[in-house]
Write a protein that binds this ligand. Structure first.
Ligand code: M6R
Length: 608
């Protein structure tokens, strides 16, 4: 969602903060600001719009100092304008706060503060934190922040500076990710490691209830009783070039093209071809424990929810264990059948999605064992789950998830192989699947080498206002994912459906203006899908088919075709999703959309 970065050390803070904000811009991007200790007090500069606008302001009027905090915002309370941008400053101008999350009792606190003479400039919930901290300040910033936070209900990741207790940053976390970066006589705070990766790889991840106090001489982590805590220092193994575009015009395209490697990385060292199974050290489950579950619940949001649907098919087909897939946002508001005999698999690229995290905590509360399928190492879901599978796909910066999706499906396959072989899946079936998995990176490479064919298709359809994506079996979730990719970056309305379900309603939409993407490789449901193609063609729909061979049954019924290599049914969605990612990408670019930072979206949705 929003991004936070802070710096204390010997260097000029402003350029470091702007650099950090730019790396965080993918998380939220409607306004941005900095607050710097300028030698005489706290100086704040903020601006609506992209960070480049803030940067121009700061180059016209530089703010000089070696301690500062900065923020890039994705509005929750109030318009995305200059006044509502963070940092927010206390009434007396001495304290500045940046905040991710939502202060749920902000209205009550605001009334209380107004009664004590405070006036509010913005429509944000965050401003109460600045005034509250002033209210409690008696010379020590962390003590004041602790008192303020005791009054707050809701979620926060905050960084605070004070002109009186200067050259110090106090940061705190409850529900919104935050970490401390340890440099050489310099310290950082950030909501995301990419903000500080150019300067340090040594980080301390804060847990809920932790406060960090950073100054030039070091850092301390304390709790809300000011008791000092000992926290592990972790090393981040992401490289800087992984968070840069590396010659590609957009992160999304770079990440689409990384997939042969990222899928390989998810599998690396985990396949055991001789036994037709996988090795997954992070599950933290013995074979007996893995066999003891009555059912599996998979919970996730967005793209990760689509990979969960594929996981459901995989696990039920190969292990016969019943699986339910739940939208994380719905999960805890109903009464799901989850208990100590349930394995709850939680899928999240970021490992920070608020709904998914809450669903995982609810499953734990009900006694379930939890496994996280997560990309970001050290993220909250990774740390709070009982075990899991890291994707090892490297940082995904493009807001539209691409490489994480194909790695999630790969991770689910690895899990299914393991469980399947413990149950009654034959070694031969296991080996057959492993052989097919090993071929996938090369097959994705083949698809990518023909990206220009998809670009031409995009030219043809860039003016469409609606799209339907249809698939059956494993390709139904791929259809959902293709439609999500298109709508989120090109703003074209798109729907994914099980192909045969189309005739129960969506068929009414079909006319010569409606492009319909059929995912129709030569798999076990191919014959069934040909009749659905026929139904669309009969109503003059424009058919784009993702096929895998010359199909006499489709002759004269399709308008455009893109070939993908053949694989097992259960791997087909990985291959089918790649041309759909490219189609969405090229259409969005041709429509002039900002592919990496689509409107209204944020990479990681850390509010409910
Ligand atoms: O980080 P997560 O996988 O938990 O994120 C879940 C969704 O917010 C995410 O997949 C979202 O739908 C993407 N914008 C899809 O491209």
């Amino acid at each position: 969602m929003c991004g936070i970065v802070g710096y204390v050390g010997p260097k000029l803070a402003t350029p470091l903060l702007i650099e950090g904000l730019k790396r965080l811009e993918y998380r939220g991007y409607d306004s941005a600001g900095v607050a710097i200790m300028n030698g005489s007090g706290v100086e704040t500069v903020k601006e609506s719009g992209k960070i480049t606008r803030l940067e121009s302001l700061l180059s016209a009027t530089p703010v000089v100092g070696t301690t500062g905090i900065a923020h890039t915002r994705w509005a929750t309370h109030g318009q995305p304008n200059q006044v509502n941008a963070h940092p927010h400053v206390s009434q007396d101008g001495t304290i500045a706060v940046v905040h991710n999350g939502i202060i749920e009792n902000s209205m009550v606190l605001k009334q209380m503060l107004e009664g004590r003479g405070y006036t509010f400039q913005s429509d944000t919930d965050t401003e109460v934190l600045a005034h509250l901290t002033q209210e409690f300040f008696e010379g020590n910033l962390e003590e004041a922040v602790i008192q303020a936070l005791r009054m707050v209900e809701g979620t926060y990741g905050i960084a605070v500076i004070s002109a009186t207790d200067s050259h110090k940053i106090v940061a705190a976390r409850k529900g919104s990710p935050l970490l401390v970066g340890l440099g050489d006589q310099e310290y950082f705070v950030a909501s995301d490691v990419s903000a500080i990766l150019a300067h340090t790889r040594q980080v301390v991840y804060l847990d809920d209830g932790d406060l960090a106090v950073l100054d030039r001489d070091g850092y301390r982590i304390i709790d809300l009783d000011a008791t000092e805590l000992q926290k592990k220092v972790s090393r981040v193994d992401w490289d800087l070039d992984q968070i840069e575009r590396g010659g590609f015009p957009h992160f999304m395209l770079k990440e689409i093209f990384e997939q042969p490697d990222t899928i390989e990385n998810t599998m690396r060292g985990r396949l055991l071809p001789d036994d037709g199974t996988s090795r997954l050290g992070g599950l933290n489950l013995t074979d007996d424990e893995l066999l003891s579950f009555d059912n599996i619940v998979i919970t996730a949001c967005g793209t990760s929810w689509h990979s969960a649907l594929i996981g459901e098919n995989l696990i039920e087909e190969l292990t016969r264990v019943p699986v339910e897939v739940e939208y994380a946002s719905e999960f805890r508001y109903r009464n799901p059948i989850v208990n100590e005999r349930t394995l709850c698999i939680v899928i999240s690229q970021s490992g920070e999605t608020a709904d998914t995290l809450a669903a995982m905590r609810e499953a734990k509360r009900r006694g379930a064992r939890t496994l996280g399928i997560v990309n970001v190492v050290g993220s909250t879901i990774a740390r709070e789950s009982d075990g899991g599978i890291y994707l090892h796909a490297g940082p995904e910066i493009g807001v539209a998830s691409t490489k994480a999706f194909t790695s999630q499906v790969t991770a689910l396959l690895l899990f299914t192989l393991k469980l399947g072989r413990l149950r009654d899946m034959s070694i031969l079936r296991g080996r057959e699947i492993i052989d097919a998995m090993k071929a996938i990176p090369g097959q994705v490479r083949d698809i990518l080498s023909r990206a220009d064919e998809i670009e031409a298709l995009a030219e043809e359809f860039k003016r469409a206002s609606n799209f339907l994506y249809l698939g059956r079996g494993y390709n139904f979730p791929a259809a959902l994912e293709g439609a999500l990719k298109l709508k989120e970056i090109s703003y074209i309305h798109a729907e994914g459906y099980p192909a045969a379900e189309m005739k129960h309603g969506p068929i009414a939409l079909i006319d010569e203006m409606m492009p319909v993407v059929f995912i129709a490789p030569h798999d076990s449901v191919f014959d069934k899908i040909t009749s659905n193609v026929q139904e669309v063609k009969a109503r003059k729909g424009r058919v784009i088919a993702i096929t895998s061979r010359d199909e006499p049954a489709l002759k004269g019924k399709i308008d455009y075709e893109f070939r993908i290599p053949e694989t097992l049914d259960l791997l087909g969605s990985i291959l089918a999703s790649v041309p759909l990612q490219l189609l969405a990408y090229y259409i969005a670019v041709k429509r002039g959309a900002n592919v990496d930072q689509p409107r209204n979206l944020a990479k990681s949705v850390t509010v409910e």
